[in-house]
Design a protein around this ligand. Sequence first.
Ligand SMILES: O=C(O)CCC(=O)C(=O)O
Ligand SMILES: [Fe+2]
Length: 286
Amino acid sequence: MQPSFAELSEEPATKFLPPLDQPIVDEAVLTPTQLAWRRDGVVILPRFLPGSLMDAYSERRATLSVPGGWASPTPYLDVPELRELALYPPLMAQMQALISEPMILHLCLTGWISTERGWHQDDYLNPPFVNSWYAAVWMALDDIHPDSGPFEYVPGSHRWPLMRGDKVRAHMPWRQAMRPHWPQVSESFVVPAIDAEIRRRDAEVRQFIANRGDALIWHGRLLHRGSKPNKPGMLRKSLICHYSGINHRDDMPMRGCDASGQLYAIIKQPSTLRRALSTIKHRFVG
Ligand SMILES: O=C(O)CCC(=O)C(=O)O
Ligand SMILES: [Fe+2]
């Protein structure tokens, strides 16, 4: 018997959530962007990213011949052009205004094709104390073709219950639950559970058909996926970066700081984990 979305999730205690996720907020003092975040769990910033930063990164990224990008989840440690785009100060300021504390970069997905990662929330792939002090950004480095497998999301689903890693792993054989690729294995029952919940609520699914320079910031609890491309292998030039609130990542004590004071996590990938990640490419870490 497949678990339902309700069985994989819970309502997190509100006292642990960021201010904009509190049930009662004086909305009269919020900016339009903060209101959109509260309502949709998504903020779209049209033509927001500077061409010079995108070009410098794209040029460097194009030297890789693999469509999946760097195997490492932290290529920003070695690629300054990536770091500069991921830590673009106006983007960091936008996220700080949503999460209510400065953010730290800790994960990048550098593939130029869809991850084809099925429905999920990012929060449950992180330690339980992260609790929505989290945001990810989808940056379009080119106009995105609708056949390339665009990013899809369910607006407002950041107010649905939050899936929890331990609840998901409880439905898996112990040996699989202990391994770093448990999110990949759990897709076989997580995705149908979310699909059923979307149908049950008759919820809207939206696609992000971005233009070059557009950025979409999404909530750690938002349901989203990298859709299947209509034309397999079609290029989808994007950069996807994940961040957490700096006071909510005690598990990331080593931090670097760029010239404009923006923070990134220094995470040493153990060689066995690095090998495991390289076999599953970028698909299942975010
Ligand atoms: O391929 C995509 O657009 C989705 C990526 C994703 O789920 C993530 O970065 O968390
Ligand atoms: Fe994700």
